[in-house]
Each structure stands twice: as C-alpha cells, then as structure tokens.
Design a protein around this ligand. Structure first.
Ligand code: PNS
Length: 163
C-alpha cells in the first residue's frame, strides 16, 4: 500500500527548517503532499502560487521526486482525507511548539475520525528558524543565506528586502 503523508504549513516563506522536514519525511513515506495554507487571516508576503512554486523548485533542486505541492483552504483534516493520506507531519522545535501542536493534533484527530500527526523534532541548528524570523532578519538588513534553501534564496531575498 502506498503511504502518503501531508506536510502542512503556511510556508511564508519556505525555510531551511521546512526543507529539512520535507527531506526527512520524504524518506519516511512513499509520497509527501505539501499542503500550503491559501487563505490565512493575515495577508501573506508571498502569494499561494509563489509559495507553491518555490517549494516545488526547492524540492526539485534537492532531487526529491516523491513530492506534490498543493494549496488548501478550509480544514486540514478534510484536505488529508481527499489526499487519502495516513498522517500529517509537523515539525516541533521546542516546548512552545509542542503545546500548540499537541492541541492541533487532537483537533485534527477529532475532525478526521482518527488521523494521526507525526512530530519530527527540528534539527538543533535550525531550532530558532521560522518564517517569522527570516522575515524579521531580512527586514533589518541581515543576510538570510543559509536560512532558506539556496535554490530559492534569490526570489525570497529580493522580495523581503524590497518591502
Ligand atoms: O505554518 P503554520 O502556520 O504553523 O501552519 C498551520 C496550519 C496551516 C497547519 C494550520 O493553521 C491549519 O491546519 N489550518 C487549517 C485550519 C484547520 O484545519 N483548523 C483545525 C485544526 S486546529
């Protein structure tokens, strides 16, 4: 049986930490469907189309073949059912993430009638990296080399530095 998992997030932008989760989860499952949240309450820096394109580009550059990238809005639990996935994958950096993620995992288990969430611990060296820190560093003129995949560095840096 083909085992698909969903890696969900806003990915605004996709970071080196997200890339690490994608690489590791692609090694654990037959296929990873990256679910990009399309309709958050706040306006994203990168449109859903841009985020989908960037993630596809980074996955291709890393030689990951078993990846599909799609936008979703509404409930993650419903998206997971339509993808016939067996689990959601989420990265966990620290206790604050864990508190939020366990609650979300319970909500998603309830909403989907039993689907599980797999937590992957962030690599120690990536534990401070988030889309928010990348945006903040760039906004104050710091170089974000190494914080986002090299293959999509240029498009991310250009946008964040221009703002
Ligand atoms: O990158 P993020 O912001 O940590 O991703 C959070 C995301 C997109 C996975 C989460 O906000 C989500 O699943 N949103 C969809 C709405 C939903 O399913 N809510 C019920 C579960 S709490």
């Amino acid at each position: 049986m083909m085992r698909t998992a969903v890696l969900s997030g806003s990915f605004d932008p996709f970071t080196i930490g997200h890339m690490d989760l994608l690489t590791r989860s692609a090694g654990l499952f037959d296929k990873i469907c990256v679910a990009v949240l399309v309709n958050p309450s706040k306006v994203p820096c990168f449109s859903a189309e841009e985020r989908i394109e960037m993630i596809s580009c980074a996955a291709k550059a890393a030689g990951l073949a078993n990846i599909e990238v799609e936008g979703f809005n509404g409930l993650l639990a419903d998206f997971v059912v339509t993808k016939k996935a067996c689990a959601v994958v989420r990265g966990v950096r620290d206790g604050t993430d864990y508190a939020y993620e366990t609650r979300m995992a319970s909500a998603n288990r309830y909403l989907s009638g039993g689907m599980d969430t797999i937590f992957l611990p962030a690599k120690t060296e990536y534990s401070f990296i988030s889309s928010a820190t990348v945006k903040e560093f760039a906004a104050f003129g710091r170089d974000i080399t190494g914080l986002v995949p090299d293959s999509i560095y240029k498009i991310i840096a250009e946008r964040l530095i221009k703002r």
